[in-house]
Every structure is written in C-alpha cells, then in structure tokens.
Design a protein around this ligand. Structure first.
Ligand SMILES: Nc1nc2c(c(=O)[nH]1)N[C@H]1C(S)=C(S)[C@@H](COP(=O)(O)OP(=O)(O)OC[C@H]3O[C@@H](n4cnc5c(=O)[nH]c(N)nc54)[C@H](O)[C@@H]3O)O[C@H]1N2
Ligand SMILES: Nc1nc2c(c(=O)[nH]1)N[C@H]1C(S)=C(S)[C@@H](COP(=O)(O)OP(=O)(O)OC[C@H]3O[C@@H](n4cnc5c(=O)[nH]c(N)nc54)[C@H](O)[C@@H]3O)O[C@H]1N2
Ligand code: SF4
Ligand SMILES: [Mo]
Length: 798
C-alpha cells in the first residue's frame, strides 16, 4: 500500500483540450499518467468533463502518431504508403519545399492552417505559429475564423472598436442579467457553465436564445426558441421594445455611442463640418443641440461636443443648410430606432417564432436586471447574416449601458507581457496580399484570416495568385468545412503539404509529410491568463508535462522553432531556445520562468481590473473607443463605404424556407447542428470511454416530423440536402420546433477497441455533416457559411 502511495504523484496543471482550460491535477502512478482530476483551487478548476477525464486514453492511444511520416505513393492512391522518417529528414524536406515554393511564387503562396484554439491545445502555440508566418512572409492563416470567432472577435469591432464578447468577457460573478445567444457553455466551456450556475444561485437572471432546449436553457428565466438564422430580427425586436418603452440608458447612448451624429438622408453619410462650411473639417461631425436649436460640432479627437452634452438630440429630423443646399438629416439613433420599429413583437414572432410576450419580457429583464453580460457563439456565427446578427446583438447590448462596467462585459486586467506574434516582421504590402481581401475587404482577411474557400480557390484557380504550399498545425479542413469534394481536390493538387497532428485524419491523409505532435499532456506550455474572470485572467501558469512523450512526438511550439531554424529564421526565434522566448514573453510581467517552475499552480500577477476604461481621461480627454468616431458605432459609415448596410439589418437565412421556397418543397426541414459534449469537433471518437456513450452520429427531430416519415427512435436515417446526403441515427426531441432538425458534425473516426465503426468522410453513406452544406450562399461581409441554418429532408434508411 505504502509503496503504491509513494510512487503516486499529483501534478497541478490544467486540461488544455478545449477553450475551458479547466484547472486540473494529473495523477501519475509508477511514471504513468493515469488520471486527471479537477482542481477546485484553480480559478477554472471546479469540474472536469468526460473528455478531460479521458486524457490518459488520448495520450496512450494506439493511433496516436509517434513518428514523422513521408508519403511514398501519389495523392489519390488509397494507400499513401506512409514511410517512417527521422525528424531531421522530415524537417529538411519541409524546409526545402517551403523555401522553393516561396522562391518561385512568393511566400504568400504558402498558406498556414491551424486547429482552432477553442477545440484544442493549439492555444499553447498559436502565437508562435503566427510569428513563424510573419517571419516567413505568409499573410494567410486558415483557422475557421469565418465559422468560429468572426462574430465575437471581429464583427463587433465595427461597433465597439474591440472584440466583444470575445475579449470583453461576461463578468458572470457580478452580472445581474446574463444573456447567452447561440451559446451552450454546459457543452462548450465548462468553467463558464459552473460560473453561470453560481450566478443563477445568487440571483442573476438568465436568458438563453437557442432553437434547442439545452441544459442551460432549462435553467433560464427566459428561453427564446428562435428559428435558426433569424436572430437579427429577434435582436432588433427586443431593442425596439427597449427604445419604445424608454428601457435604455439614454445618457450612455448620448455620451458614448455615435447615436447623436447627424446622418444625411441624401447619401447616408455622417454630416461633417466640411458640409457646412468651406473651411470646415471633414473629420469633424455634426449633431443637433436642442437647447440652442442649431447644429453643433463633434470633434472625435477630443470626443466632445460643443455646448452641453445633455442637450444633444437623439431623435428628430432636421433641415440643415449645407454649402450645396438644404438636406434633411437625422441623428443616427433615430435611424436605429426606425430600423427597430420595423420589428414589433408580433412581427418578431412571425419571423423568428419567438412568442411576442417573450420579446417584451426579455426587453424588460435586460433593463431591470442590469448590469447585463452576454456571450454569443456558434449558433450565430455560421450564418449567412452572421455579421449583422453580431452587430444587432451588440447594438442591443449598447442600450443597456453595461459595457465594461462591473457585471457587464469587461476587459479583465491582463498580466503585462510582450507581444510575440511578430507583426513587425511582415511588411504592410505583404500583409495586403491576404487571400479574400479584395472580395471581402471588411472580413476576416483584414486580420490575416482566410476562409477554406479562399484557400481552395487559390490552389485550384490560382486566384488571385497561386497557392502551392500548406503548413497544417492540426485543422481537419475536410470534416470542418463545407465544399468537401472541392477541398479534397484542392489539397491533392498542392505542390507540398505538411501536416502536424496527434492523429492521422482524412485531411492529413493528403499531406506529403506528417509530423507527430505531442498531446497537451505530453508537453510543457505557458499560459498567460485564464480569461473568464478577473481572478482567472490574473493567473500565469507553466503547465508541466504530465506524461512521458510517446515515441518521437514534439510539441507544436518545438516544431515551429525547429522549422524556423531550418528556414534560416532562427534569429527571430531565439536560435531555437524556447525558454529564452518564454523569458522574453514574460519580461514585462516581472515573473521569472524559474518561479513558475517552482510554483506549478501558477502565479497571480495582474493589476486590479479597472472598469469603464473608455471614460478614463487620457491627455485631458476621454479615451473613447477605437472606431472612426471614437464612439460605439451604432451606425457604421465604414460598412456603408463598402456597400453594406450601415445599420445591423436583418436578412432571411439565404438557404431557408422563406428565401428558397423552391428548395423547401423537396427539403422542408430546417437543418442546424450543435457540438457534442463528449467530443471536440472532429476529434476523440476513437477514445473508448467517450465513444461508448455515443457510438453513432445522431440527428434530433420532433416526434411529429418522425412520425410523418415512419421514423422511430434509434432508426438509421438519411439526412439529404440539395448538396448531398449522410447517415445518422434518429433521436426524438419534442422540445424542438417540428420543422427544425439538429445534426452533428465531425464523424469519421473508428474506435476499434470497442468495435465502433468509422464513417466514410466523402461518400453519401458516411456521416460527414458538411457534405450537406453548400457555399453558394454565404455572408457577404465575412464569408461565413450557413452550417447552422440550411434546408434538408430526413428519410428512413432502406
Ligand atoms: N464538448 C465540446 N466543447 C467544445 C467544442 C466541441 O466540439 N465539443 N468545440 C469548441 C469550439 S471550436 C467552439 S467554437 C465552442 C462553441 O461553443 P457553442 O457555441 O456553445 O457551441 P454549440 O453547442 O455548437 O452551439 C451553441 C448553441 O447554438 C444553438 N444554435 C444552433 N443554431 C442556432 C441559431 O440559428 N441561432 C441560435 N441563437 N442558436 C443556434 C445550438 O442549438 C447550440 O445549443 O465550443 C468549444 N468547446
Ligand atoms: N457542421 C459544422 N461544421 C463545423 C462546426 C460546427 O459546429 N458544425 N464547427 C466549426 C468550428 S466552431 C470549428 S472551430 C471547426 C473545427 O475544426 P478544426 O479546427 O479542424 O478542429 P478539430 O476537428 O477539433 O481538430 C482538427 C485536428 O487537430 C488536431 N489537434 C488537436 N489538438 C492539436 C494540437 O495541439 N496540435 C496539433 N498540431 N493538432 C491538434 C486533431 O487531432 C484533429 O486532427 O469546425 C467548424 N465546422
Ligand atoms: S471542458 Fe473538458 S475538455 Fe475542456 S478543458 Fe475542461 S476538462 Fe478539458
Ligand atoms: Mo470553434
């Protein structure tokens, strides 16, 4: 007994498998990693999910790649003829090919792809991958931004000048009212789920917008069962009630949004001082002062209006004498209110299916229970109107005045560290070559993120220039994205593709070289801030290795540093010394790497969180917002300039019963999907303890829809769309709307130990959900693809 205890070790760390990064303790027995347990002393450590508990199965899985592999047969051959090679051979091969492509076609013709940090431990390495891209000269990163992240990190920058709710996270500990929109933390982010349960226990209100009655929806005060993809109409409708009833923070709207700025009715532009006087500035805007009864100037560089702020009009119609004649102008907020008025509760009910009384009740609760904090995620990110949905929810949020206030969405104080992404290593002219930028100038490409469609077009059509190489750090493109067959053709047509992964996946099968990656548990990593609360965000932790690396695996970070050396970029990578890089990164924090090693539970180091930072005085003027008007932009001239609606207008999902009645005849059901609590995206189906609980892909449908089709629970069915067909098992759910069905993506992998099958990723008898989704209709601004609102039919498999 005693001997056993002595050989047992408990290492504090955290599970890095998904965005939750749950604080955890690894149990090591006789040198073997046997269990992961929650660490309640850690700010994200209250609980672990089944995936975290299955960590040892992941580490020791027979299919975990152990050695570098080289293809010996042509792409398209069912057997790639993988041959084991040494790391030196592999790295030389990769470096030689990348260098040669860069010399011939320019470094932009090598695209990098990466598994999303939300579904993996790539959070450990993503800054180093970006640094490598910058040093190498590739402005093209393909990591599902158009499907996951656009709404939270980028679309709302057009409103707030900052990523909300991605970086301005909900302050769940202090919120009076929590709104989760297309977000299910019980499945997706356990640490948020436990914090929400605590918030509800202490009396916070909870509102959930979801077509499905999820676990968190059951706990909610209000569950709004929205028709997939009509979320913008719902958001505008709730805002309408708030504005009509005066349930909004008028002072905040007047002082901190661009609501008071006058908009010209002739061209939709913000009225400028230049419009009024020859010597006026085109960078100064105009508002209406009610007390003075005349237009006044707003100077964005000082963030101030002439005269008393409280006299600035939010409503009305004003005839303004311009140099060119009279023009009718309205405060932007009047236009916001006008847009919202098009969505009275009964209209919202007709469009979205949400009961009109619930629309009213939501408006009232958001107002009366504020401060309000929100999070919106997948449910609204994979939509043909995703940008405007994100902006409509953001507008609603601005009305509450809770932004960056205690209990609102707060940018928690971060530990000061050095930015190591190496932005300065790439010239602006090179960055301007990002794929997709000319088609969607305001989309993810502005931030260097390319869509899978941009990638495939670059390869197959050489547009706007040839893409010849791909460096993949994870990323199972062919399962995660639509247009699967074209993607397969494209990847096979590359001159060179290297893929680094824990497991072989159907995308990696098309690579020339595959590199074995250490799982999170087999590698050390530095984490600066755990995001979800002030306490969590102040924690810096050097995650220890919990298991001996299997075979010859290396961490992604190591691979990046190794490759940099071979590519002659070692000078930007501390000549391969990762610890020196960490020391540089930690420099501004004052924390020594040795101190982190001595305190594996981590060190708290952030200054206290400040609130309402936008109102702080900097050089004698308020900091304001990082937007052209320095205010929250309810009205976006930037959008207008690019031909998009300046206000967050609702548009019907482009592949839905209203937009496509022609298709709806054959495909009468609305198709959406959701994550599985047992697996991350396209991963983990091979782990026995998880797969035992979910052997087959499922599709949820209403009992009426099932009965009409002679389908009973557990039956195998085909899901058919205009694009393709896949298989799933029917699960009946009477809380769904009868015309909505919900599938699952990510099924391909087998679990041979328990006899659970794999599924053909490319064929109509397989289960690759994304074979059902087309890319003919996408969000024009971001390129988001409608994985969450499509049309389908369900048929009993004969
Ligand atoms: N267990 C597990 N955890 C994960 C992941 C995983 O695969 N498995 N993936 C990680 C990743 S990459 C991400 S992006 C996050 C995502 O985290 P979430 O966004 O929470 O993920 P989902 O459950 O897919 O989607 C949230 C909800 O959106 C709903 N929904 C579907 N269509 C619509 C719609 O049209 N409108 C609205 N309002 N809601 C809709 C779904 O019913 C679902 O309940 O989770 C991360 N964590
Ligand atoms: N229909 C539908 N499609 C979707 C979604 C949906 O909800 N529905 N979700 C979308 C979303 S939100 C996302 S983020 C994408 C996810 O798509 P991906 O980003 O491709 O994510 P995964 O499928 O989780 O993992 C891809 C590969 O990364 C590998 N991997 C895991 N950890 C690591 C690591 O630390 N290093 C390396 N090098 N590799 C690793 C895994 O083994 C796996 O082979 O899919 C999108 N596609
Ligand atoms: S939710 Fe599960 S998989 Fe994600 S970090 Fe926590 S334990 Fe790991
Ligand atoms: Mo994601």
């Amino acid at each position: 007994m005693l001997a056993d205890e002595q050989s047992s070790q408990r290492l504090p760390g955290y599970c890095a498998l998904c965005v939750s990064r749950c604080g955890a303790i690894a149990v090591i027995e006789d040198g073997r990693f046997v269990a992961l347990e929650p660490d309640p002393s850690h700010p994200t450590g209250k609980a672990l999910c089944a995936k975290g508990r299955a960590a040892p199965e992941l580490v020791y899985h027979a299919d975990h790649l152990h050695y570098p592999l080289k293809r010996t047969r042509p792409k398209g051959d069912p057997d790639p003829g993988w041959q084991r090679i040494t790391w030196d051979e592999a790295l030389d091969l990769v470096a030689a090919n990348l260098r040669s492509i860069a010399e011939t076609h320019g470094p932009e013709s090598v695209v990098f792809s990466a598994v999303s940090p939300s579904t993996s431990a790539s959070d450990d390495s993503v800054v180093w991958i970006q640094r490598l891209m910058n040093a190498f000269g590739s402005p093209n990163l393909c990591y599902s931004m158009e499907l996951c992240g656009w709404g939270r990190y980028q679309a709302t920058q057009y409103t707030f000048g900052a990523p909300v709710p991605g970086a301005y996270l909900p302050d769940l500990e202090n919120a009076g009212c929590i709104l989760f929109w297309g977000y299910n933390p019980n499945v997706a982010r356990l640490a948020h789920a436990t914090a929400t349960v605590e918030a509800v226990k202490r009396g916070a209100r909870l509102i959930v917008v979801d077509p499905r009655r999820t676990g968190i929806a059951k706990k909610a005060d209000l569950w709004l069962q929205v028709r997939p993809g009509t979320d913008a109409a719902l958001a505008l409708g709730i805002a309408n009630v708030m504005i009509a009833r005066g349930w909004y923070d008028r002072e905040f709207v007047r002082e901190w949004t661009n609501g008071p700025l006058l908009v010209r009715s002739d061209n939709g532009r913000l009225l400028t001082q230049r419009d009024l006087a020859v010597e006026g500035s085109a960078q100064k805007y105009v508002a209406w002062n009610e007390a003075l009864g005349r237009p006044i100037i707003y100077d964005p560089t000082t963030g101030t209006y002439e005269g008393e702020q409280s006299d600035v009009a939010l409503f009305g119609q004003y005839q303004i004498e311009l140099l060119t004649g009279q023009v009718v102008c309205h405060p932007a907020f009047q236009l916001t209110a006008d847009l919202c008025r098009r969505y009275p509760p009964e209209e919202v009910e007709a469009i979205s299916g949400v009961d009109r009384n619930q629309v009213e009740a939501t408006a009232q609760m958001l107002w009366e229970a504020r401060p309000m904090a929100y999070y919106a995620w997948s449910g609204v990110e994979m939509q043909t109107n995703s940008t405007q949905i994100a902006r409509a929810i953001a507008q609603l949020y601005a009305l509450t005045g809770s932004f960056d206030s205690l209990g609102g969405n707060v940018l928690f104080a971060a530990v000061p560290t050095a930015n190591v992404t190496g932005m300065e290593l790439m010239a602006a002219a090179q960055r301007a070559k990002t794929l997709g930028l000319s088609e969607r100038p305001l989309g993810p490409s502005r931030w260097g993120h390319v869509t899978s469609d941009d990638l495939y077009r670059g390869i197959l059509e050489q547009k706007p220039y040839p893409v010849r190489g791909l460096v993949g750090f994870g990323a199972n493109l062919l399962l995660a994205h639509a247009d699967v067959q074209r993607g397969r053709e494209a990847l096979a047509a590359l001159d060179f593709y290297v893929h680094a992964d824990l497991f072989m996946n159907p995308t990696a099968e098309l690579a020339d070289v595959v590199l074995p990656v250490a799982s999170a548990f087999e590698r050390e990593a530095l984490k600066i801030g755990f995001e979800i609360s002030a306490d969590a965000q102040s924690l810096v932790q050097l995650r220890q290795r919990m298991a001996e690396p299997q075979g010859e695996v290396r961490s992604d970070t190591q691979i990046v540093f190794n490759l940099a050396q071979r590519l002659g970029l070692g000078a930007h990578f501390w000549e391969g010394d990762i610890e020196a890089a960490y020391r540089y990164q930690l420099g501004p924090s004052g924390i020594a790497l040795t101190a982190l090693r001595e305190q594996p539970g981590g060190i708290h180091a952030a200054p206290p969180t400040r609130y309402r930072k936008f109102a702080e005085q900097v050089d004698g003027r308020p900091r304001g917002f990082n937007t052209p008007t320095h205010k929250i932009e309810l009205y976006s001239e930037t959008m207008l300039e690019h031909g998009y609606p300046p206000l967050p207008e609702f548009a019907e999902p482009l592949v839905g019963p209203i937009s496509r009645p022609d298709l709806a005849e054959r495909y009468p059901l609305i198709l959406t999907c959701a994550k599985n609590g047992l697996f991350c995206e396209t991963q983990h189906r091979a782990l026995p303890s998880l797969r035992r609980k979910a052997r087959d892909p499922e599709v949820e449908l209403h009992p009426m829809a099932a009965a009409e089709r002679g389908i009973r629970p557990g039956d195998w069915v085909y899901i058919e769309s205009p694009e393709g067909r896949v298989r799933a098992r029917a699960v009946l759910n009477d809380t769904l709307k009868p015309n909505v069905v919900c599938g699952q993506h990510g099924w391909w992998q087998a679990a041979p130990e328990i006899g659970a099958p794999g599924y053909d990723p490319f064929g109509p008898d397989g289960a690759n959900f994304n074979l059902l989704i087309g890319i003919g209709a996408i969000d024009p601004i971001s390129g988001s693809v409608p994985h969450r609102a499509y049309l389908c039919q369900i048929r009993l498999l004969d």
